[in-house]
Design a protein around this ligand. Structure first.
Ligand SMILES: [Ca+2]
Length: 178
């Protein structure tokens, strides 16, 4: 019996774990076993929905990650952008995009009232325009409160990414346009 058990052990890919905020179906880690993944409600799965233990004892892919998408547009002439659950900490696995849209020909001013992100792992990037390829006005991390910032165009895009662990207070940014 022990020999058989050892033989099975040799043809195992090992436990790849379960994604944070995810659910795993299947509990076999041997060759040809398949694991399926889903994310908890509200989270978005990035990566492979299922992986198979290959004959080389490697999983066919890494386990997926579950991220919480947050997306909103601001069209009022002034307002406040808060990180999720500010100031209680924004959590993990976030990919947020906020777009501030003012009247064509106007500019948008940002004032940072508070700023506290996990340094080097969570980032806020501010882009001058509405697309992912728009010029970057600044990328911020850590606990140093950035100074005022003014757009060149009438649209600002705020992209916030948080990794899988550790959180700061988050941020509180007010904007106005003229
Ligand atoms: Ca983090």
């Amino acid at each position: 019996m022990e020999l058989v058990a050892m033989e099975i052990e040799k043809e195992s890919c090992g436990d790849p774990g379960t994604p944070l905020y995810g659910i795993r179906e299947g509990d076999g880690f041997s060759n040809h076993d398949v694991l399926r993944f889903e994310c908890q409600f509200g989270f978005e799965l990035i990566g492979e929905k299922s992986i198979v233990c290959q004959e080389n004892n490697q999983w066919s892919a890494n386990i997926p990650i579950c991220i919480f998408p947050c997306l909103s547009n601001f069209t009022a002439p002034m307002g406040t952008v808060l990180s999720p659950d500010y100031p209680e900490g924004y959590g993990n696995n976030l990919n947020c995009i906020w777009t501030i849209i003012s009247d064509p020909g106007s500019r948008i001013h940002l004032s940072f009232n508070d700023f506290d992100l996990e340094s080097q792992f969570d980032f806020l990037a501010i882009k001058d325009g509405d697309s992912v390829d728009s010029p970057i006005l600044g990328t911020f991390t850590g606990a140093e409160v950035p100074s005022h910032l003014t757009s060149n165009s009438h649209i600002l895009r705020l992209e916030f990414q948080a990794d899988h662990s550790m959180s700061g207070r988050g941020f509180n940014i007010t904007y106005n346009s003229e």
